[in-house]
Design a protein around this ligand. Structure first.
Ligand code: HEM
Length: 389
């Protein structure tokens, strides 16, 4: 394995990781990154190797040992390997099917219009705080059945897991473990309330779901809720921010969406590929293995670099060109294999409605003077996305 020469931590690399991705693929396709972004793991960056990690769970397991995110039981279904994984997906897939998600589109449109109304006449806004964070988190809390009035508390808990302000791996582990206990307490309180009295929400539906003829236990429902809490509160916001930051800096691309909104679904797929807002996934080797001639022993944490796979020139023509007419849509921004994202239909609908409504009201915008977008690691949120128009 090559020495620790590369890092994704510097702000300019987090903002534009493509050069570093290319250097990794060419010079160090199996390596440990330097700094905190290493997560103490071996990083895989070539498309072929990333796909192998996603598609051979018997070698690259999703066991909870793969990553520290504060949970004391496996998250369902993310940290369950086949064959047990399948029965959980069978129970959950219908809840997130495209027809189900379409029913929520009017509410998403109503909410995004309200949020845009608050800023449209101002001529400026912080897109993260005023649009991208409130929209998906309000929708998700409503769907799941968690009180929207506590959104700030929930967002702080989610941030405590996804991007804790830690200076070392040890400090990170302590912080996420403490936050994890708070998340369990919130979820247990709501699940107990729904066990006593069902409402029209996902938690109630999940409580009534059956896996192989058996109802799910209270712990199962809490463990599903914990994963939803992390996956549902962060990913769509970060994706919308990555897309709008790109469009704010590329007026030619933005104009295509304004001139013809039917381009928006294509733009979403291409920007999911190019920006890869969820930049990586975690695995742990279940057995001794080898990647690109490099031996990896059982029990090694693996950092699967989705963003690099999505821009690998071994797989994509002109990968660094953003082309809304691109033919191949086989990006892996939602992962691949059995754990491919459960929420992709919800995410795509929210992103489309948000981009349609935003460009109808605010067609011509740019980054505020002097702003250098600050991307966080892992899930690429941009908290200083200051726009003017
Ligand atoms: C654009 C937004 C989103 C992106 C880019 C994204 C990305 C991903 C990725 C890369 C994975 C695979 C992780 C792995 O293999 O380790 C995943 C899994 C998952 N995502 Fe998403 N996600 C998004 C939105 C959502 C939303 C809104 C939900 C809401 C519930 C969600 C729920 C899940 C779940 C439950 C899994 C685990 C599936 C399984 O293990 O079978 N995601 N997502």
């Amino acid at each position: 394995m090559s020495e620790k020469k590369y890092s994704l931590e510097l702000p300019e690399v987090a903002r534009n990781p493509h050069d570093t991705y290319r250097k990794l693929r060419d010079n160090a396709p199996v390596t440990e990154l330097s700094g905190r972004s290493s997560l103490g793991a071996v990083t895989l960056s070539r498309h072929e190797d990333v796909m192998r990690a996603f598609q051979t769970p018997e070698v690259f397991s999703s066991d909870p040992g793969a990553v520290d995110i504060g949970n004391t039981r496996p998250l369902v279904p993310l940290q369950i390997d086949p064959p047990h994984h399948r029965k959980h997906r069978k129970a959950l897939d219908p809840l997130f099917a495209p027809q189900q998600m379409a029913k929520h589109e009017p509410r998403v449109r109503e909410l995004i219009r309200e949020l845009i109304d608050n800023v449209a006449d101002e001529g400026h806004c912080n897109f993260h705080h005023e649009i991208a964070e409130p929209m998906p988190s309000t929708i998700f809390l409503e769907l799941l059945g968690l009180p929207v009035s506590r959104v700030e508390e929930f967002l702080a808990l989610k941030d405590g897991i996804v991007r804790p302000p830690a200076r070392s791996m040890e400090e990170r582990r302590e912080m996420v473990n403490a936050t994890g206990q708070e998340i369990y307490a919130v979820l247990e309180e709501v699940v107990d309330a729904r066990m006593a009295e069902r409402q029209d929400d996902f938690l109630s539906t999940i409580l009534d779901a059956e896996v192989e003829g058996q109802p799910l236990s209270r712990d199962d429902v809490v463990d599903i809720g914990y994963l939803f809490f992390i996956a549902g509160l962060d990913t769509v916001s970060a994706s919308l921010e990555c897309m709008v930051a790109f469009l704010a800096q590329n007026p030619g691309h933005r104009q295509q969406l304004v001139d013809d909104p039917s381009v928006i679904p294509h733009a979403i797929e291409e920007l999911l590929r190019y920006e890869s807002p969820v930049a990586s996934a975690a695995r742990i080797t279940a057995v001794d293995t080898e990647v690109n001639g490099c031996p990896i022993s059982a029990g090694t944490r693996i950092h699967v670099l989705i963003g690099s796979a999505n821009t690998d020139e071994r797989t994509w023509d002109n990968p660094d060109e953003v082309n809304f007419g691109r033919e191949s849509k086989k990006h892996i921004a939602f992962g691949a294999g059995v754990h491919r994202c459960l929420g992709s239909h919800l995410a795509r609908m929210e992103l489309r409605v948000a981009l349609e409504e935003w460009h109808a009201r605010v067609p011509d915008y740019r980054l505020a003077e002097g702003i250098e977008p600050r991307f966080s690691q892992g899930i690429r949120q941009i908290d200083n996305l200051e726009l003017v128009w």
